[in-house]
Each structure stands twice: as C-alpha cells, then as structure tokens.
Design a protein around this ligand. Sequence first.
Ligand code: DC
Length: 234
Amino acid sequence: MTIKPNLVIAIDGHSSCGKSTVAKDLAKQLGIAYIDTGAMYRTVTLYALRHDLIADGRVDEQALTAALDSIRISFSFNADTKKNETFLDGQSVETEIRSLPVSQNVSAISAISAVRHAMVRQQQQMGSRRSIVMDGRDIGTVVFPNADLKIFMTASAEIRAQRRFDELTAKGQTVSYADILDNVRQRDHIDSTRAESPLRQAPDALLLDNGQMTMQQQFDWIMDALRSRRLITD
Ligand code: DC
C-alpha cells in the first residue's frame, strides 16, 4: 500500500462514540502514528490534581498557566502491553489519567484557553513531519484545518449510553442506564457549548454516524474514503 507523505487524518466527535478504537485500528493498519489528544488534556488534569491546583472543581488558572511550559507530555509504545502509553515527565500515567478524579475535572481544564493553546501547539508539532491519525474534539477545526481527511463521528446519546452501560456491567460494575445517559448528555452539552474551541463538525468533514455499524464496517468506510481521495493506493 502506498500512503501520501505526511498524511493527516483528523477524527473528531462526541464522547463515547468509539473514536479512539477506530483511530487506533486505522493507524495500526496504515503503519502511522496515533495521537490521542484527550489523553493530553487528561494528563494536564492529572498534573493539576497532583500539584493541588484544583480544589472543589475550581482551577488555579494562573498557577497552571505558569506551569504549562514545564509539563512534558509524550507517548511511547509499551512492548509488554503492546499498547501506546501516555507519559508525564517521563513516567507512564496511562492508568491514572483514566481514573474518576481525572474524568471529573478534565472538562474544566480543557475549557481553559491557555491550556488549549499549549496543547494545540504541541499537537501541531507532533504532526508536522510525519503521517498521523489524531482524534479529539477540535482537530479538523483548529489543530489541522488543512487535514487530508476529516471525519466527524457520532451516534445517538441513547446508543452511546447503552454501549457504555454494557461495557461497565461486563466489568462487573453496578450502574444505572439513566445516570449514564444523563452523563453522556451533560458531556455533549459542555463540549459543544464551551466558549473556547467548542465541538463542531468542520464544513468539509465527513459525517460518520456509527450507531448501526460494526467496527469492520466503520474501518472499511474510512478506507474507502481514503482510496477515493487517492490518499492511499493498493
Ligand atoms: O476523549 P476523552 O474523553 O479522553 O477527552 C477527555 C476530555 O478532553 C473531554 O472532556 C473533552 C476534552 N478534549 C478536548 O477538549 N479537546 C480535544 N482535542 C480532546 C479532548
């Protein structure tokens, strides 16, 4: 397979719609890098929690802004787990950034303008000299407005809540579908109404509603879009 040099694929969309699973799979098949920008906002949130810069959901924006240049975020492949992991100052934080305290505070952190500017700069550098698949909320609108392929992924709030419910109950957790649906709707609202880089479908992004699609169908759909634009050739 031939791939266009410096190919940039931007995948944006609502939370819990399976963006990262599709993005990872795609990057693996194409043999190019995958960058999870949500993990970067989660890592800044972990830093803020560790340094007592968040109290009762309120962020010390001044102190966090001053610290931004010294927060070193990187990604590295772990040969044991065969997974890409996120590092903060050289230490793997992959498990911690998925913890509840981080999930509860990441919306507040990702709404801060200085944080977004610092992350966007790093993301642009990460994709400046190589081919990448990057997923997030503002990749096709802000980070790479000239991306080769932009995809906006979504599914109804009910379908996303059901998937999350199935995932958590399979892990043995007792959860209520109504609470999860509430949380999904609340996050959609925060993501799409925040002042700084709200979640929007870029005008030139392809809409992928995966509510009734299997993983394989989504993958094939994206590969077809790449082929028809001659971004890959078999
Ligand atoms: O995709 P995720 O759930 O790991 O993202 C975590 C949070 O970061 C979520 O609240 C949305 C925010 N985010 C963002 O504002 N911009 C991005 N490019 C990626 C994530």
